[in-house]
Write a protein that binds this ligand. Structure first.
Ligand SMILES: [Fe+2]
Length: 332
């Protein structure tokens, strides 16, 4: 490993991930070895003390480029432009400080487990997803930086390891998911489980909004490790899915299997819960883990986080595909 970083594995209280300390500031030198550290740590790195990014946001974009050939430009992604950083269009704002921004997720019910802990396991905890899984090819890596986090006891980000969860699957479930495809839906297209349970009729899709199938088991293109690749309520298609070729809908065989898999996936033994401090940077690999946001008090707290998304190495099964989310008229 390069001397420009120090890596301590795993993350505190978790069975995966690593904490990384940089030998020098980003402005002085871009560190060497972070992508390798990310792969060795099962897809999650915490890099604390990166406050210089708040003063020089271009450093976050430069650092993101270490992880892949393409850092998404949010001007071109049909994203509300009020949520794009004004000077760095590769930075997406996750915040309640901008009018029209998304509020934090609701608190689980009940808000704590019977042991008084933060609920993590599905379905008590909902909102587990991997970024942009409704696109083919899906993105590789996300970077998430805390400019102004909520109080440490709120607004945590939860991660569950798809590698550990896959390894621990009972043999009969491994066999069931081996060749299975999940059908992932873009939030806002009316295909979620809530809408299906309410008996709503989803609006027609524009072609570039269509739900996309993805393998439930993905082989990581760098490490070869197999990992579960799934979402749940808001980011699967509950009208035609959640699984291709299984009984569809919120009460079908597919729903029962998804509930079983997601409950397994998000067991506390596979989860890391990050409590944020200003200047923390998390780097995660969407190809092998899921994450979930948690509640904070948006009436009293102002939270500002910056996210970038890196793509370019989704794996051989996506080779040569056109991008599903780009309307035909502008695709080249
Ligand atoms: Fe996310």
């Amino acid at each position: 490993m390069s001397v420009s970083i120090e890596v301590a594995q795993p993350l505190p209280g978790a069975a995966f991930g690593a904490t990384v300390r940089l030998a020098r500031s980003l402005a002085a030198e871009m560190p060497i070895g972070l992508p390798e550290a990310l792969a060795q740590a099962g897809g999650l790195l915490l890099i604390p003390g990166m406050d210089e990014i708040s003063r020089a946001p271009e450093l976050l974009v430069r650092l993101s480029r270490q992880f892949g050939s393409e850092v998404e430009d949010y001007r071109h992604l049909l994203t509300g432009q009020h949520l794009v950083h004004e000077a760095q269009p590769e930075i997406y704002l996750v915040t309640n400080t901008v009018p029209g921004a998304r509020p934090p997720p609701a608190r689980p019910e009940p808000p704590l487990t019977a042991d008084g802990l933060l609920p993590v396991q599905y379905p008590h905890r909902k909102g587990w997803h991997t970024d942009q899984s409704y696109r083919r090819p899906p993105p590789d890596i996300s970077l998430f930086y805390a400019v102004t986090p909520a109080d440490r006891t709120r607004g945590q980000t939860l991660f569950a390891s798809g590698i550990l969860a896959y390894e621990a699957l009972p043999a009969h479930l491994k066999a069931r998911v081996e060749a299975l495809q999940g059908l992932h839906a873009q939030p806002g297209t009316g295909r979620g489980r809530k809408e299906a349970l309410a008996g709503q009729t989803p609006r027609p899709f524009a072609p570039h909004e269509r739900s996309q199938s993805q393998p439930v088991v993905r082989a990581h293109p760098v490490t070869g490790q197999r990992a579960l690749y799934l979402c749940e309520y808001g980011q699967m298609d509950w009208f035609d899915g959640p699984f291709v070729g299984m009984q569809p809908g919120p009460h079908g065989d597919g729903a029962a299997l998804l509930d079983e898999l997601m409950s397994h996936y998000t067991q506390p033994r596979f989860v890391y819960a990050h409590e944020w401090s200003a200047g923390d940077l998390l780097v995660w690999d969407n190809r092998c883990l899921v994450h979930a946001a948690t509640w904070y008090d948006a009436e009293k707290e102002q939270r500002l986080m910056w996210r970038t998304t890196v793509r370019g190495n989704p794996g051989a099964i996506y080779a040569g595909e056109r991008r599903s989310w780009i309307p035909e008229a502008v695709a080249v």
